[in-house]
Design a protein around this ligand. Structure first.
Ligand SMILES: [Zn+2]
Length: 67
């Protein structure tokens, strides 16, 4: 299992729902014989979205928290 940082398009993510920070990014988790998982994380305070099986779902979950 390897964890890599990927980038989300600028402007796609809302600011962190907890601290308002904009240094937020995508974490992608690739399992060898399983699904890929994606999560949005705030690099300032460590708040995370739920783990989702697509980038779109992770972004949607994050943005819903930020509303
Ligand atoms: Zn934050």
């Amino acid at each position: 299992m390897a964890e890599v940082m990927a980038e989300v398009m600028d402007g796609e993510l809302k600011p962190c729902p907890k601290c308002g920070g904009t240094d937020c990014g995508l974490i992608a988790l690739h399992e060898v014989n399983g699904p890929d998982w994606y999560q949005i994380t705030c690099r300032t305070c460590g708040t995370n979205s739920e783990w989702k099986q697509s980038i779109d779902e992770a972004v949607t979950d994050w943005n819903r928290r930020a509303e």
